[in-house]
Design a protein around this ligand. Structure first.
Ligand SMILES: Cc1cc2nc3c(=O)[nH]c(=O)nc-3n(C[C@H](O)[C@H](O)[C@H](O)COP(=O)(O)OP(=O)(O)OC[C@H]3O[C@@H](n4cnc5c(N)ncnc54)[C@H](O)[C@@H]3O)c2cc1C
Length: 466
């Protein structure tokens, strides 16, 4: 692979920045606070600012920016909203943070075909607010109000994925600027296609290492006629997880099924002013007609009761439902508030649903003898869960302990035929596990990277092991 551009001299970098400034004027900045804000994500990974930040406004402009950077071998790190969690947007080799947040136009909605075409900087909440009075919604909901370009780039998912899939299933077409500045459209609007290599899915999850996504066509869904959410508490986590496994195996089309352990419940109670019993719980939601929602809820209630679940606490009104799901989406901030000043070593793994109990039990056992405070929360219907370990980054012993538990959690997931990340992605934080997960597949990934980005200017140092 090509040498990385950190080997550029200060003069060479200054030339790249000067040429970019000629194109962008005051939409190119070298201000330190702005650079730092673009080298910092929401995790514990250190801030590594880029040399400059550019605010692009069109695909054509992104193409020109990429051509300039390619000529100077100046790294480019695409930036959506900076909510990723594995050091994805840090700039270990310097270069340009290419901020797409000003590309925020919703370009076309085809209600008859249930799709929308938009620019990469539109955020998921903006899209859903805009769609609401059309009776439509886009279901993928990472806790943060992320950009849809960033969500495609990380193959994001969230609480609705158990019913509606992840970004992998919901992107129909991408417009992307490749490393040489050329512009490609990966597909048409057709719901399925057998025409050639699937470039859409190659770019989805590529974390800015293969191309810059500038526009997307996404699938939409009708807002369900009836929605019911509720909470069931369990005396122990085993009962809750067994209830999830039975729910999924029985084919119940639950729309959301989220697990919070007792530590996370306590955190959410304090942060979101709830008064849930401090025991493991499942937060569930059903979508459909009035009759089908009632039937699903009844079937789920029976399954939960069979595993020790208590009475269903229904959130009947829309405001109550929103309050519960907001508390769930804020669970990271609730966890961080348990020990102000500490950072969250946040990680996610995903395993086949039948192995979920083993995966969580192993981590719970590791935590039992650890001094760390570490809530567990998860999109368990997909076999996906998150661990948030609160650490003082300046306390070497604490960091080492968190890394020990983290590495054991990941290696356990791999041994259970799972993956080192179900949704957060690789960034820098999970690079060391990619080889263990993919083996020979890494060589194929390297060949793709070499073919599409021979100068290694797109987010160098991320995703693939050096
Ligand atoms: C509180 C909280 C809760 C979260 N919950 C979830 C969750 O439930 N599920 C989940 O999946 N994630 C979750 N996340 C992680 C995060 O929100 C997702 O990874 C999200 O997809 C990142 O989008 P972004 O716009 O912030 O991307 P950024 O952080 O800006 O970028 C992420 C990566 O994508 C690349 N990138 C960004 N935009 C583009 C583009 N247009 N073209 C090419 N590459 C691009 C960047 O270079 C980088 O590698 C959570 C984060 C927080 C803070």
């Amino acid at each position: 692979m090509a040498e990385i551009a950190s080997l550029l001299t200060d003069d060479e970098k200054a030339q790249a920045v000067a040429e970019l400034r000629g194109l962008l004027g005051d939409r190119l900045t070298t201000s330190l606070p702005i650079r730092e804000a673009h080298g910092r994500d929401e995790s514990w990974h250190p801030v590594v600012p880029p040399d400059a930040v550019a605010f692009a406004t069109s695909t054509e402009e992104v193409s020109k920016i990429v051509r300039i950077c390619a000529r100077h071998r100046f790294p480019i790190i695409a930036f959506g909203t900076g909510t990723s969690l594995e050091g994805h947007i840090s700039a270990p080799h310097g270069g340009l943070s290419l901020d797409l947040s000003r590309m925020n136009r919703i370009l076309e909605v085809n209600a008859a075909d249930l799709d929308v075409h938009l620019e990469a900087g539109v955020t998921r909440k903006t899209l859903n607010a805009w769609l609401r009075d059309k009776g439509l919604f886009f279901p993928i909901d990472p806790g943060a109000d992320a950009s849809l370009g960033g969500m495609a780039a990380t193959r994001a998912s969230g609480t609705n994925a158990v019913r509606y899939g992840t970004m992998r299933e919901n992107v129909l077409n991408l417009t992307a600027v490749m490393a040489d500045g050329s512009v490609v459209h990966t597909a048409r609007r057709a719901r399925k296609s057998a025409a050639g290599y699937d470039l859409t899915r190659l770019l989805v999850g590529s974390e800015g290492t293969l191309g810059i996504i500038t526009e997307l066509t996404l699938k939409l869904y009708g807002i369900p006629e009836a929605i019911a959410s509720g909470v069931v508490s369990f005396p122990n986590f085993e009962g809750a997880i067994d209830a999830v496994i039975e729910t999924i195996q029985s084919g119940l089309p639950v729309a959301r099924i989220e697990f919070l352990d007792e530590v996370q419940v306590e955190a959410c109670n304090r942060y979101s002013k709830l008064s849930l019993p401090v025991t493991p719980l499942l937060l569930v939601e059903f979508h459909g007609s009035e009759a089908s929602v009632a039937e699903q809820a009844e079937r789920f209630g029976a399954i939960a009761a069979g595993h020790g679940g208590g009475a269903f606490e229904w959130a009947v009104k829309a405001e109550e439902r929103t309050r519960l799901w907001e508390a769930r989406h804020n669970s990271l901030y609730a966890a961080l508030a348990l020990q102000p000043g500490k950072k969250g070593l946040i990680s996610d793994v995903c395993v086949p649903i039948s192995r979920l109990a083993e995966a969580i039990a192993g981590t719970k056992e590791d935590l039992r003898t650890s001094p760390l405070i570490a809530p567990i929360v998860g999109h368990v219907g997909d076999g996906n869960f998150h661990l948030i370990m609160l650490v003082d980054p300046d306390n070497a012993a604490e960091v080492a302990e968190a890394q020990r538990i983290h590495d054991r959690m990941v290696m356990r997931a791999l041994s259970l035929d799972g993956t080192c990340t179900g949704e957060h992605g690789i960034g820098e934080g999970k690079v060391k596990f990619l080889e263990a997960e993919h083996g020979e597949g890494i060589a194929v990934m390297r060949a793709i990277k070499q073919a599409l980005d021979p100068l290694n200017i797109l987010n160098p140092g991320k995703l693939l092991p050096a």
